[in-house]
Design a protein around this ligand. Structure first.
Ligand code: ADP
Ligand code: MG
Ligand code: ZN
Length: 632
């Protein structure tokens, strides 16, 4: 089916035209009321009229279709303009009587042609038309009946979006990753000749306002290709099947325009895991998602069609979306660090006149936790304040006020930590990082950050494996658990207090410990046996064909032993983490201090700060000394 290239739908002519119609209706209605009032005069009954006629009190009569109007004989009343009006009754003798009395009579026009025209023809038609308009508007804001099923993808001009990477700051890693896509889109032939594998789908993941939409537009702008953009909720329609039809149309249009980018913003609206939640519209969403998946499988990436999508809730997405050949490339668009915030401020301050006292680096230092959108908003807010104060340039005082407002807004959104929380997070993350660095078997630390990630964690420590691992020794596993315990241990060492911030660490640590005991046979109490050969969670066991409970293959007593062993392993790992951190207290405090200042510390600087930190021989091996009674 040929489709015209999604001409932006002409807006329904509402606005001025609608008010015009309303006035016309009101005017006609008033005119009608006026003319409906019929002949004026005192109302009398027909019998009264006949009596007055007989009594010779009537000098003249006008006969209408429905009424009769009589003029009194009495001269004063006649002069005053008094008239009698009576409802006409079927009376064949009336004319005779009038003739007999020699009262002149004639016909009378009741109402006028305008009102009858209005009543009979125009009013019903107008009412009908109004009714239809109302229904159409209800059905779908901005869409007429005819466009149901038609994709509402907007096609931006050939040149692309006009947005460049220069407009996006503070997300350099994401930009680097997207550069390859730009190169491919600019010259697909080159890649095709080389036989390079081209990604089909790129998923931008990150908290709201970090510039995901902006980045997608920048990719199209940099590559000078058309940009089809849709929001996930556009697909989810009232009618089952409409969303799926939209997806089909969208891909048809896009393929005709390749190389180009199809961008689905807020993918979570369509891409929610199937089978989750059973609200109305659930079937519709599922159909749409299935259509999207099959279209993604169907098209030929070599043509130069790239699907980009953005979400801030990747955890809710259907796992089928992430399979190879779909959104197999994921790009993290994180909240910016101090340097990134400064760069973003510079981008947005370009069009604003800044006073000499404004120090954007300081502004960046004052706005931890703010994303690009918050910072853009901050600059705008300061400019508005300046205008209101009739100043020529934005000074630090307006900026400060804008920051305060911004922070108040952020706190409402629960994204900003207070000072005490920041202290705790800084030490918590430093604890993980320090242990990961000094334990011999663990992966090196790539980056420590205390910028809220929006995806649950308040901070994070990123470790990179030195090599791909297929096997892990018992020592390595125990070291790993110790690192996981490092966050809480640091809180304990520094504040002699623990927080809720470690729940995810604890979860992962106990999972690992449980697998050591029940799957890997690394416990002397239970011996080298895999009591839980299936392993995993109840859910995954269910998927593998087992039943959720009752098919464990071991006794209650074994279960108790496992539990005991797990808690023993975790407790020991925690004690070891505390001992190690106590031993390196100076470095721990120094690292936390630096982290508070910089928010993000990369590997090399981290190692520099931790100079001199070490694991004493007594704590080197997880089984040394006080751990010696652990199973071998
Ligand atoms: P998201 O899609 O991640 O929610 P947007 O791309 O819609 O965020 O960002 C909204 C606005 O905030 C952008 O139009 C831009 O003005 C500003 N902004 C966000 N992130 C950045 C950034 N990294 N660099 C420059 N401006 C940004
Ligand atoms: Mg967005
Ligand atoms: Zn932690």
């Amino acid at each position: 089916m040929p489709l015209d290239p999604a001409t932006p739908r002409t807006p329904t002519p509402e606005g001025p035209k609608r008010t015009w119609i309303v006035y016309l209706l009101l005017g006609l209605f008033a005119a009608m009321l006026f003319s409906r009032s019929g002949p004026s005069g005192n109302r009398i009954s027909y019998s009264d009229f006949k009596q007055k006629l007989a009594a010779g009190q009537i000098s003249e009569v006008e006969i209408g279709k429905e009424r009769i109007r009589a003029t009194p004989t009495d001269e004063t009343a006649k002069k005053k303009g008094d008239r009698w009006v009576a409802q006409r009754v079927e009376d064949p003798d009336l004319v005779k009587e009038l003739e007999a009395k020699k009262v002149p009579f004639g016909g009378m026009q009741e109402g006028d042609w305008l009102s009858s025209l209005f009543m009979v023809w125009l009013l019903p038609m107008l009412l009908l038309a109004g009714f239809w308009m109302l229904i159409f508007r209800r059905m779908k804001p901005g869409a007429g009946m005819m466009s149901i099923g038609r994709s509402r993808a907007k096609l931006v001009a050939e040149e692309g979006t006009g947005v460049t990477f220069g407009d996006v700051a503070g997300v350099d890693e994401a930009k680097d990753e997207l550069l390859e896509i730009v190169e491919f889109l600019s010259s697909p032939e080159k890649f095709r000749k080389l036989g390079a594998r081209i990604p089909k789908g790129v998923l931008l993941v990150g908290p709201p306002g970090t510039g995901k939409t902006l980045l997608a537009r920048a990719v199209a702008g940099e590559a000078h290709v058309p940009f089809f953009s849709l929001t996930g909720s556009d697909f989810v329609e009232m009618f089952v099947g409409v969303g799926a039809a939209r997806v089909r149309d969208l891909f048809q249009q896009a393929q005709a325009k390749a190389p180009c980018i199809v961008f689905i913003d807020e993918l979570d609206a369509v891409g929610k895991a199937r089978g989750a939640g059973n609200m109305a519209g659930h079937d519709e969403r599922e159909q749409t998602l299935n259509q999207l998946l099959s279209e993604m499988d169907g098209f030929d990436a070599k043509k130069g069609l790239i699907i980009m999508a953005a979400t801030n809730r990747p955890e809710t997405l259907d796992s089928a979306l992430m399979r190879p050949g779909r959104f197999d490339r994921q790009v993290l668009v994180d909240r910016p660090d101090v340097k990134g915030r400064e760069a973003i401020l510079r981008v947005h301050a370009k069009d604003v006149k800044l006073g000499p006292d404004v120090d954007l680096r300081r502004v960046a230092a004052l706005t931890p936790g703010m994303a690009g959108a918050d910072l853009a908003n901050l600059v705008n807010e300061a400019a508005l304040l300046t205008a209101r104060r009739n100043k020529a340039a934005v000074t630090q005082s307006e900026i400060n006020e804008a920051i305060e407002r911004g922070i108040a807004g952020l706190e409402k959104k629960n994204r900003l930590m207070n000072t005490r929380e920041k202290e705790i997070v800084a030490h918590h993350e430093s604890g993980h990082a320090l242990l990961a660095e000094i334990l011999p078997t663990t992966d090196r630390v790539h980056k420590v950050s205390m910028i809220p990630r929006g995806l649950g964690a308040l901070g994070y420590t990123m470790q990179v494996p030195l090599e791909d691992r297929f096997l892990m020794t018992r020592t390595e596993l125990l070291d790993k658990i110790t690192v996981l315990m490092g966050g809480r241990a640091a809180e304990k060492v520094v504040f002699n207090e623990v927080s809720t911030g470690a729940s995810d660490d604890l979860q992962r640590a106990s999972d690992l410990a449980r697998r050591m005991v029940s799957q890997f046979g690394m416990s002397t109490v239970l011996g080298p046996q895999a009591v839980d050969h299936l392993g995993g969670t109840a859910e995954s066991r269910f998927l593998q064909g087992g039943t959720i409970a009752g098919d464990r293959g071991y006794s209650e007593r074994t279960q108790e032993l496992i539990d005991q062993e797990v808690s023993e392993l975790c407790r020991r790992a925690f004690d070891r983490a505390v001992a190690l951190l106590e031993h390196n207290r100076t470095q721990l405090l120094a690292l936390a201090q630096l982290l508070r200042e910089k928010e993000v510390i990369e590997g090399a600087e981290l190692r520099h700060t931790l100079e001199g930190a070490e694991a004493p021989a007594s704590l080197q091996s997880p089984d040394a000394q006080q751990w010696s009674h652990l199973p071998h």
